[in-house]
Design a protein around this ligand. Sequence first.
Ligand code: K7E
Ligand code: CUA
Ligand code: CA
Length: 614
Amino acid sequence: MVHMKTTSLIALAAAVPLVLTGCYSDSKSAKEKADSQAASAAQRVYVAPGKLDDYYAFLSGGQSGSVFVYGIPSCRFIKEIPIFEPRAALGYANNAGSESYKRLRESGPMWGDMHHPVLSQADGRYDGKNLWINDKANGRVARIALRTFETVAIRHVPNIQGAHGLAAYLPSGKYLFVNGELEHDFAKNGTDAADYRSVIAFLDAESLETKFEVMIVGNADIASSGKDGRYVFSTMYNTENAVTSEGMIERDRDAVAAIDVPLAEKALAEGRFTKINGVPVIKPEEVPGVLTLIPVPKNPHGCNVTPDGKYVLASGKLSPTVTIIDAHTLKVAAEPEVGLGPLHTTFDGRGNAYTSLFIDSQIVKWNIAKAIQGDPTYIVDRVDVHYNVGHTKAAGADTSYPSGDWLLSLNKLSKGMFLPVGPAMPDSQELIDISGEKMKVVAAFPSLPEPHDAVFISRQALADKVAQTYEISPTATKLGEEKIVRNGSQVDVYMTCIRSKFIPEQVEVHEGDRVNIHLTNVETVRNMTHGFALADHGINIAVDPGQTQVVPLIAGKPGTYWYYCTWFCSALHLEMRGRLLVKPIGAPVSDSIVLEARPRAQGADKKAAKTDYE
Ligand code: K7E
Ligand code: CUA
Ligand code: CA
């Protein structure tokens, strides 16, 4: 298919000069047509400065370890939410001993590979409360509270390798479930691969504590929940339980796994499980019916339940088909051919499915009901994307009410889209207008590596949910109550900041002291984030209005170390700084908070303090 496209492009290119020389007015009208198409596409995505986008899309950042927030339709990059990697600019996990550092460090390494962002729902719609994401590399799941757009929980999931597919159990949302894509060596003998098993882990959606797991032979890849509280689904591409890529494609059919969640809960209550590493693990051979394997063609990938909850769709990957499975009876309803390399499927709420075709580099739109009825006209449209699309996601497609206007194509390669910027090129994402019968690619934008999946929330669903300032904690330092508390070599500095001053502007400590800076930003207006960087100590934090952050540090060699604000907050931003005065051990230190504007050098006459510039 890729080859065919190239050939037809060459044919097209060869035909162009003929058209140009043959008929000037025709070519002019063709150019006008192209211009007007470009103008209308540009208009569709144009959001004037100061105007708001209709959607905020959360793109999983892949191995960048953070989630990228983009405005849709403008494709403007709005914010990064760091999760599995430190980000100094946001004061996230970059200072050893800080809260965010500890949370990340205690759960695993300081990086992650994030694939599947999931938004919390209530009554079939996004409720604007939580965003969850997996870390495939290190078996973790994180929760971001949308009230602050900050990571509030990270947990390691026991008994799992390659925490991959992630979804919320619907409609209650009480669990998140995450799939073990890489088979786990439970016996810990490193050799008997035939004994490897995977689990699908069910986590408390708030605390992320693992409540129970269901063991499977083979692996679990992508996840999706039924909508009525009975089954959750996972695709499995390695039912062979093989350890080589050839072995993993031996069978013509692999499976979609359906887990009966109420039955699993019953088994738990009856004690029919084995505790492994502190987690109750249900073995399907001991609880008949808890796991049903539905055969589907060769190494399926995407797993997507339709908005009405009637069907679960398994995208064929190595088979040019999508298998439509009845989500209640678990019977295969149809297996329409859609194109080469189907990976993921998404929905517009009008009965159409949109499947990404990795090999064809296309999004194909097809009608689900027609495919089930065997109506040969089920393919509605195809559109080329650039290039090699992985996930595709339409606005609201995971809810019961997709909005059917925009679709993102998350492409793996950008060949030819941008001037080479080194051998490593950016990924390319494309925005497609799906409001009409035909799809229209209207914009493309690069991103950091490498978003897999995305999820959109409408502006309205977020608008009144996000805090503009933190509520000042009752224990936070108040303006005028700043102090320095010493306990041997432990020094706690209770500091405030407000435009354009830190209080105190001078802190005296001894070399090697363990210093905690408890910094409260006492601003009460939005936008007024201040930073605190300490020269030559590797320290930088960001403190939002109303927020208190604690930064531990070890005082260095005797001398003067300036701390300064790193967020450009006011005309006196550069003057917003103070000194950490490190004294030799045993030297007297002062706890004074307020300084004279121009301190006089002790016992020195005026001349001695003069500089060449005075
Ligand atoms: Cu298809 Cu990890 Cu969602 Cu990537 S997975 S594309
Ligand atoms: Cu505070 Cu700059
Ligand atoms: Ca297989």
